[in-house]
Write a protein of this length. Structure first.
Length: 188
């Protein structure tokens, strides 16, 4: 499928944000009854089944040794273990502690972490504006977290949940940046 209309990227970004928000709310509801490890296992099994079916339908092999190098598979596997395996479990634990609203606030640390890891892992150069923007995001989270009121958990649980969420988001950002060189091979 080749979508080439002018605002495809913006549309897909908006859809991604909407679907992520819906997923977080649904995972919170399910997380009240089901353990985070079980949710993550189910989510990942469904993901493998659905991507396998999709690849079969469009006639693409799941593994293509001639197209992807061994190092690329290693990056993808490590990224999956960190980002989809471990980080998602930690994220689900934090979601159960702090709820969807606070999670949405804390999730904004994703971009600064991506920028930071891209700098260290990929050698991408950062502008002063990017550093300032990252600082504003982190400062806003710290400020807003300090001002939270009427929350259903005590302060220690809140801090613990926020720290878990930050760790999970950092792991997700690391996992994404780790596979960026692989993704660059598939631009087109």
């Amino acid at each position: 499928m080749n979508i080439t209309f002018e605002y495809a990227g913006e549309l897909f970004s908006l859809c991604s944000a909407v679907f992520w928000a819906l997923a977080v709310v649904m995972m919170k509801k399910v997380g009240d009854k089901i353990h985070p490890v079980a949710i993550n296992l189910f989510k990942n099994i469904m993901g493998v089944v659905l991507i396998s079916m999709t690849l079969y339908i469009i006639g693409e092999p799941l593994l293509n040794p001639g197209f992807v190098e061994r190092e690329d598979y290693l990056r993808l596997i490590i990224s999956g273990i960190i980002g989809i395996g471990l980080a998602d479990i930690i994220f689900l634990y934090s979601l159960n502690i702090i709820g969807a609203g606070i999670t949405a606030l804390v999730d904004t640390v994703y971009s600064p972490f991506v920028i930071l890891f891209a700098y260290f892992l990929l050698g991408e150069q950062l502008s002063v504006i990017q550093f300032i923007g990252g600082g504003f995001i982190i400062g806003a989270i710290l400020f807003a977290s300090a001002k939270l009121q009427h929350i259903p958990v005590d302060r220690n649980q809140l801090i613990y949940g926020i720290l878990l969420n930050i760790i999970a988001i950092a792991m997700m950002a690391f996992a994404i940046v780790l596979i960026k060189p692989v993704l660059n091979k598939f631009q087109g």
